[in-house]
Every structure is written in C-alpha cells, then in structure tokens.
Design a protein around this ligand. Structure first.
Ligand SMILES: Nc1nc2c(c(=O)[nH]1)N[C@H]1C(S)=C(S)[C@@H](COP(=O)(O)OP(=O)(O)OC[C@H]3O[C@@H](n4cnc5c(=O)[nH]c(N)nc54)[C@H](O)[C@@H]3O)O[C@H]1N2
Ligand SMILES: Nc1nc2c(c(=O)[nH]1)N[C@H]1C(S)=C(S)[C@@H](COP(=O)(O)OP(=O)(O)OC[C@H]3O[C@@H](n4cnc5c(=O)[nH]c(N)nc54)[C@H](O)[C@@H]3O)O[C@H]1N2
Ligand code: SF4
Ligand SMILES: [Mo]
Length: 729
C-alpha cells in the first residue's frame, strides 16, 4: 500500500502527514513522524481530509445557472458564460463595478495565494475584500508601521521561552494563528516542565487557560486598557530596558507621552483587571530573561485592534523581549519573505488610504477595503456601484457581520462568479461556480506560514492523487486572459511566461533572462516557488532540493531556531523601529475613560473539529455533540430563567441558539462560535444541514470597525437574551 508525505492545508500549523492509499481510496492518515517541523503531531481535522476528498457534495465540475438552477457545465461553457456576462458589465460600468472577495483558504493554497494577486491586478478594481479585515489586519498594520513590512510579525519563541503571556488566543484549539506552531499543547507542557509560566488573558477560561498557570478574565474589548496599564507601569517604574534594541528605536518619548494619561488605577475598570495585577504583569515581563507577550484574534477584532497590536509589540520592545531568544522573534522564511529582500535595514515602510471606499470612505489597507463595506457597495446606487462579484474561497454570508444584508445584497447582483468547492450559503447566489481541487490532488507549499513559524523550515508536498480538474492557478490565469481581452482560446502557458518575465524585469533587471532560463522546465506555482527559494536568504536551496528532502523519511529541511534579525529585518523609512507611529498615537488620543460594562457581552469561540464555515459537511467532524451552542455561566442562565434555547439579540440582529451552561464563562459574557447557520435554501451541504446551527454574524453589525485597519469588531458586542422554545425544524 503506497504511503505519501503530505502537508496539511487546513490550518496555520502546517503539520506533515503520512497518508496510506489504495488505488483511489485513502486508507489512513497519521502525523508524519519524521517531519522536521511537526514531528508527528496532527489534530482531528487532518483525518477529515479523507471525508473531504470523498464528499459527494464537493464540486467536481463547473456549474452554470440556467432557469434559476445551478446545473453542471463544461469548463469551456463556464468561461464562455463569464466572458458573455462579466465583460460587458465591466465595459459599461468600469473596473470598480466588479468586486472580489478572497477567503481564508487562499492563504493555505499556493495556487490561489500566488495567482490570486494576478486576478486582482487584472481586475483593476478598488473593491478588493478579504478575510483579513475579519481577522488579523490590525496586527499586520501595526507590524507594518513599526517594522516596515506587513509580514514582519513577531512570534513567541516558545521552545526557549520562560514566561508566555497569551492575550485573546486559544492555540490549544485553534492550533495557533499568526504563529505557526504545531503541537502547542506539547510545547506548552515542556515550557512549564522546565519551570516556565503561562498566563492566559481571555474573557473565557479556555482550553489554553486550563493548561496554563494563571488565567485572568478580562472584560471583552478591554485589552487596550490593560495594555496601557502595563506600558504605563514600565515607564513609571523605571522598567524600560530595550537593551540591544536601544540604538534602533524611534519615538520612545512620543510613546511615553501618549501613554502617560493611563496609569493602571485608571484603566482597571476598563479591563476588569486590578491595578496591582497590571503592575505585577509589567514587572514580571520586565524581569523575565525570556518572556513573550503574544496577542491574537481576540485583541484584533475590536475597535482598538491596531492600538492593541501596537501596544503589545511596544511592551515587548520596552521589556527587551523583542528579537531576543525566548522572547518574540522574527522568522526568516526560505521563500517569499519581503523582509529578506531589498536593502537590509532600510525600506519605504507601509502606507494606507491610497483609496477610500465609495460609500463609507473607509481607507484602503494593504490594497483592501473592509469586508464590512461590501454589502453597502453593492446596494448603494451611484457611479462606481458594485454590480458583479467574484468570490474566491470565501463564504462571507456566514463569515462577515451583517449576514442578512449581505445575503440580500448578493441576490441583487447582476453577475456573480465563485471559485469554490461547495454550493454553500454564499456560492448559492453565483451564476457560475468554478471548482477547485481536493487538497489531495494539489501541490502544497506555504508561502505565508513559513513567515510566521516558530522555527525556520522548508517543506513541500506533491499531489497524492491525479488532479481531476484544472488546478486553480490555471483557472485564475484564464480569467486574467479574459479580462485582458485575450479571449477564450488564450494560451495560458504563454500568459504565465509573460507575467513572470515582466515581474523579473522589474525585480532582477539584467539577470532576468538567466533566471527565467534556470527555472526551466517548471511552470505555474512550482516555478514561482523555485524562483523564490533560489533568490531567498538560504544559499543553495531550490525546489528540487526541498522536494528531494520532503519525504516520509526526511520530513523536509530544518533551517534552525529563530535568530535575532534587528536591524537587518527593518524596512521602515528611518531604518529604526517606529515606537510611536503618528496614526496610532492620534487614534489613541480618542480613547475615553472606561464606562460600565453592559449586562451581557457576546464573544466568539472556536472548536477543534471545525474550521470557520466550511468543514461542517464532513461526517467524521460533524458527529458527536452539537458544537454551535451558546455558552453562558450557569448562574446567568438561572437568573434569566433560560431553558434549552435562547434568543440572542443585538441592536441590529437576532438568532436563536441552543444553550450550554459553562462555568468557564465570566458572568455577563456569552459565547457563540461563528461559521454556522447552514439552513439557507439552495445550499448543497447535506450533512451540515442536518444540524445547521445559528449564524453568529447575523447578530453582529457592519457599523463597528477599527478605523485604522478597517477590521470588523467581532467581540464584546452588547446583547440581550431571553428564553424561547426550541426552533421548529
Ligand atoms: N463572528 C466572527 N466571524 C468571523 C470570525 C470570528 O472569529 N467571529 N473569524 C473570521 C476569520 S479569522 C476568518 S479567517 C474568516 C473566514 O471566513 P472565509 O474567508 O469566508 O472562509 P471560510 O469560512 O473558511 O470559507 C472558506 C470557503 O472556501 C471554500 N474552499 C475551501 N477550500 C477551497 C479550495 O481549495 N478552493 C476554493 N476555491 N475554495 C475552497 C469553502 O467551500 C468556503 O466557501 O471568518 C471570519 N469570521
Ligand atoms: N479548530 C479551529 N481552528 C482554527 C479555526 C477554526 O475555526 N477552528 N480558525 C482558524 C483561523 S481562520 C484563525 S484566524 C485562527 C484564530 O486563532 P486564535 O487567535 O487562537 O483564535 P480563537 O480560538 O478564536 O481565540 C481567540 C480568543 O480570544 C478570546 N477573546 C474574545 N474577545 C476577547 C477580548 O476582548 N479580549 C481578549 N483578550 N480575548 C478575547 C476568545 O474567548 C478566544 O478564546 O484559528 C484558526 N484555527
Ligand atoms: S493542526 Fe492544523 S495543520 Fe495540523 S493536522 Fe490539524 S488542521 Fe492540519
Ligand atoms: Mo482567520
């Protein structure tokens, strides 16, 4: 029975897997024991790759809408339909009339990740939206402003750390985010076994908190106050000790001044954490020889997301923990890392607001507008109105706030194209759907997550089965060809060559032709990966070399523990770490004294057997207890007289959810996971529809954003609850 080495594409941990197959069937899936990065670890989702490969609902042919129904069609028919319907709309109304959304799996699929930007460029639209503004945009913006590049994000050096403080993340369940760290559980255990400590700051006593030394139940949305209190303590108690970084800092005095109004005694009410505790945390972070303060999605999906992300790294700098072994360090990826290219220690920094959204005037960040602006751009008449939409691996009807408005807006589009593998809540509105591959039919390489890994590595895995459809990079290029007016018969190979040659002309100048030659005979993503490895920071790496070592026996190439990278990594204009970016300091000036907490606040939650909205159709993950439940403290449930179900209402929406009493919740905080609500007519998700769950995003509103990054506010929403009978089936 053949065994295959395969990297899991389902989450950021990027675990190496061992698959045994028999003909077209998957027999078993285990962790790849010799993988240099994940060492045999895997989670329950990896096993579901078998169900995903075999899922009868997974699309295996294009679909076209005929007489209101989505029916199977050939690829040529599908592209002809796109040409006939999309191009005239764009011609008549201009490039901004066509919007695009890019979803989470784009980052996990090299073909989508490397060729998606080609489509975005060919569209030439300002209306680019992605899951980034429902997630980590604040982190990327703060990192960009401080260190000079969007992907210069520091991660905990967990294997050498002695004090790990986790704010708004649950890696025990999520398996890490903006921090590629397979087997967090094992690494956390080892940290504690060597005498280290873990502190988790989260409104819910999470799985990660249960396995830590200390849990502090913060008030939802209150992180800005806690972080200010910590930073203030560092300044006023003489604990500022950036050490080696001192000569690379810009704006230390401005940062001190911005924080001066916020002593812990003033911030305690806003975060629900006593002033003495805030001071103790500051002293511990400063005193530890190896400490990391790590903040993730809970700190980003707030009004103060960018300010929070800045404060976190400011504290890491002030305590001397940034860029130090065992602290927060910067990975050095073998390929695709802009912070390894260009001039070491010098750059142009990042900019935002080069365009603004038409309706709300929200600034562009990283080339994107906020996802919470999509619906209004479709429904508000006037020049530049969005009339057509392309969704690429995204399900905003479940994943974006204001679901009901967005769902209605999609129904009103003149044309919608989806690149997806399911007919789901979003793609049911499409006029044409072009399917992607099963992950087991596709090449796997991680352009993004190697830039966020707790240890440097290079790994790649090939398809386990012969592809049954064109790979998605080719689909994207066919769309580019249509948009460029090359027609239905365009030579995609030639287009690929031309686009790469043009890129090389810009980046490599006189060496372009020789490089192009060296990459023969590769095409598509493989050629781009080879190019990036060859021109990356590790001498002698090529795709062939990484492929040769990415086997079950060798498990990829280990490139060692993280090394200090400042000042070489910096790409700011000043060549220093910007400690007080003016936009962030100005935003902070608008922070007001804390107000009392509302009676009930709503937060989210993730489950080990789920991934956002799209693994709910796989039997191996769907079985067992219902996962889309509203967690509430038992005493709160009793006080409200709740039975088995409650209606949850915000100022803008309401849903009914099953109640689960959970003493992990702080009083006055309730939690519902996102990505559910699979009851909408026209979806083709037979398993998911059996237990559809409630859509959290139907309760959340499109109005609340972090103004700097455009990120949606998904946490700390004021809600009310009342007992209701079970929903009728
Ligand atoms: N309230 C609330 N909302 C949230 C969050 C939250 O915490 N709370 N989390 C947010 C976060 S962090 C994220 S990242 C977003 C995710 O939200 P989205 O980006 O919308 O992504 P998913 O829900 O992961 O849906 C993925 C889509 O890609 C399709 N797909 C899967 N594999 C492939 C493939 O190989 N090719 C193609 N073409 N399509 C594929 C799936 O069928 C599905 O339609 O949700 C966000 N929404
Ligand atoms: N099993 C599973 N794994 C996943 C996913 C999934 O859906 N399921 N999604 C993947 C994706 S797209 C992402 S982005 C990552 C996210 O990975 P993580 O960032 O680890 O995300 P969560 O598990 O949602 O943890 C966020 C934590 O923030 C807490 N929180 C909520 N509000 C606040 C607040 O105001 N302050 C603080 N301090 N904490 C708060 C929540 O209670 C929660 O425990 O996970 C990825 N991995
Ligand atoms: S932790 Fe993530 S990458 Fe690892 S097996 Fe699970 S889903 Fe796959
Ligand atoms: Mo995400």
């Amino acid at each position: 029975m053949p065994s295959h080495y395969r990297i899991c594409p389902l989450c950021e941990a990027c675990c190496g897997l061992e698959l045994k197959t028999d003909g077209e069937r998957v027999i078993s899936i285990r962790g790849a024991e010799h993988d240099v990065f994940s060492h045999g670890y895997l989670c329950p989702k990896a096993v579901a790759l078998k169900d995903l490969h075999q899922d009868p609902d997974r699309l295996r042919t294009p679909l076209i809408r005929r007489d209101g129904q989505l029916v199977p069609a050939s690829w040529d028919e599908a592209f002809a339909e796109i040409e006939a319907r999309l191009l005239p709309l764009r011609q008549a109304h201009g490039p901004d009339a066509v919007a695009i959304t890019l979803g989470n799996p784009v980052v996990h699929k090299a073909g989508l990740m490397l060729y998606g930007p080609r489509l975005v460029k060919a569209l030439g639209t300002r209306n680019v939206f992605s899951a980034s503004t429902l997630d980590q945009m604040p982190k990327q913006l703060a990192s960009g402003l401080m260190f000079g590049h969007w992907m210069s994000v520091a991660v905990p050096d967990i294997e050498r750390c002695e004090l790990l403080v986790i704010l708004g993340a649950n890696p025990m369940v999520s398996n890490g985010s903006m921090w590629t760290v397979p087997d967090y559980r094992g690494k956390a255990k080892a940290l504690r076994a060597r005498g280290g400590r873990i502190v988790v700051i989260d409104p819910r006593r999470t799985e990660t908190a249960e396995a830590a030394d200390e849990h502090l139940a913060i008030r939802p949305g209150g992180d800005v106050y806690l972080l200010l209190g910590i930073a203030h303590t560092l300044f006023t108690e003489g604990l500022v000790q950036p050490g080696r970084l001192s000569e690379h800092l810009q704006g230390l005095d401005a940062a001190r001044e911005a924080i001066a109004p916020w002593p812990p005694e003033r911030t305690a009410a806003g975060c629900g954490i006593a002033a003495a505790t805030q001071r103790r945390l500051a002293r511990e972070l400063a005193a530890s020889p190896r400490a990391a303060l790590y903040g993730r999605i809970g700190t980003c999906t707030q009004r103060w997301g960018t300010v929070n992300s800045w404060l976190i790294d400011l504290i890491n700098v002030l305590t001397g923990q940034l860029d130090r072994e065992g602290g927060m360090m910067f990975p050095k990826a073998a390929a695709f890392a802009a912070n390894t290219q260009g001039h070491p220690g010098q750059g142009r920094g990042v900019q935002t607001g080069r365009r603004v959204s038409r309706v709300s005037g929200a600034p562009e960040v990283m080339g994107e507008l906020p996802m919470t602006c999509l619906a209004e751009e479709i429904t508000t008449p006037g020049p530049g109105q969005v009339r057509a939409l392309i969704t690429v691996a995204s399900n905003p009807v479940l994943s974006a706030p204001g679901s009901a408005q967005l769902d209605a807006a999609l129904a009103g589009l003149d044309f919608m194209l989806s690149l997806d593998i399911y007919v789901n809540e979003t793609t049911r509105h499409a006029d044409v759907i072009l399917p992607g591959l099963s992950p087991l039919e596709d090449l796997h390489f991680d352009p993004a997550f190697a830039q966020l890994s707790h240890r440097n590595h290079a790994r790649v895995s090939g398809p386990v089965f012969e592809p049954t459809q064109p790979p998605e990079w080719q689909t994207l290029l066919r769309l580019v060809a249509l948009l460029e007016g090359r027609g239905l018969e365009a030579d995609i190979g030639l287009l690929d060559d031309e686009l790469l040659a043009a890129d090389l002309q810009r980046s490599a100048g006189p060496q372009a032709a020789a490089l192009m030659q060296a990459l023969q005979p590769l095409r598509g993503p493989e050629r781009l990966i080879d190019l990036q490895l060859r021109t990356g920071p590790y001498e002698g790496l090529t795709l062939a070399k990484v492929q040769a070592q990415s086997t079950l026996e060798q498990g990829g190439i280990d490139l060692g523990p993280l090394q200090p990278r400042i000042p070489e990594l910096l790409r700011t204009e000043s060549g220093n770490i910007e400690l007080a970016p003016p936009a962030i300091v100005a935003d902070l000036a608008r922070l007001e004294a804390p107000t009392p907490a509302p009676p009930f606040s709503l937060i989210g939650r993730r489950d080990v057997r789920s991934s956002n909205s799209w693994l709910h159709n796989l039997p191996v993950l769907a079985k067992g207890p219902e996962r889309c439940t509203l967690h509430i403290h038992p005493e709160d449930a009793a006080a409200l007289g709740l039975g088995d179900y409650a209606e949850l209402a915000s100022a803008t929406g309401r849903v009914t959810a099953r109640i689960e009493r959970a003493d992990q919740m702080a009083r006055g905080v309730v939690s519902l996971p996102h990505g559910w609500g699979h009851h909408l007519a026209g979806s083709q998700l037979a398993v998911a529809a059996e237990r559809p769950g409630a859509n959290l995003n139907a309760v959340l509103s499109t109005d609340a954003r972090d103004p700097l990054s455009g990120n949606a506010v998904l946490s700390g929403i004021e809600v009310s609850l009342r007992a209701v009978p079970p929903p009728s089936p």
